[in-house]
Design a protein around this ligand. Structure first.
Ligand code: HEC
Length: 138
């Protein structure tokens, strides 16, 4: 198990209250960071979509596409660890890097970097939870 998947497993087991807060943060991040391409609805119809070489995925159909909701895969796609082709061309930003950089700022302390990495994982887990919450009924 990678450290990230261990963390994700922990987060998925977290208390309902924590999960609610993570989901709320996930929705806020989604509306700000993902909706420009994927659309507020997640259906891939955001305002930037027409300018992209590759159509943003319809994120409400992830469960249908994979047969079950692939939380680990979605986490890795968002973090930038597991890139499908469209992401490989980096049309979609590597949010793992964005969140860590945003959090760590100009600090060069290892402790700050580790805290930033935890925080980035938490935000990505919130996004995964939010994407899971908008899945179309099969
Ligand atoms: C600049 C445009 C852009 C932004 C912003 C963006 N994406 Fe994407 N995303 C894409 C494109 C294009 C694809 C399709 C890539 C492919 O199919 O190879 C994609 C694919 C995905 C997939 C893969 C879906 C699947 O079927 O496997 C997930 C999950 C995803 N995006 C989540 C997000 C999340 C969450 C955010 C916000 C944190 C986000 N994206 C922001 C462009 C974007």
């Amino acid at each position: 198990m990678t450290p990230l998947s261990a963390l994700l497993a922990l987060l998925l087991l977290a208390t309902p209250a924590l999960a609610d807060a993570a989901l709320e943060q996930g929705k806020a991040d989604f509306d700000k960071l993902c909706a420009p391409c994927h659309g507020v609805s997640g259906k891939g119809d955001g305002p930037q979509a027409p300018q992209l070489a590759k159509k943003p995925a319809d994120l409400t159909l992830v469960t249908q596409k994979y047969g079950e909701f692939p939380a680990q895969k979605v986490f890795e796609t968002i973090a930038g660890l597991d890139m499908p082709d469209g992401h490989g061309s980096r049309e979609m930003p590597i949010w793992g890097d964005v969140f860590v950089t945003e959090q760590v700022g100009k600090s060069t302390r290892l402790a700050d970097a580790m805290k930033a990495s935890d925080e980035a994982s938490r935000r990505i887990a919130g996004l995964v939870g939010y994407v899971q919450s908008i899945q179309a009924a099969p």
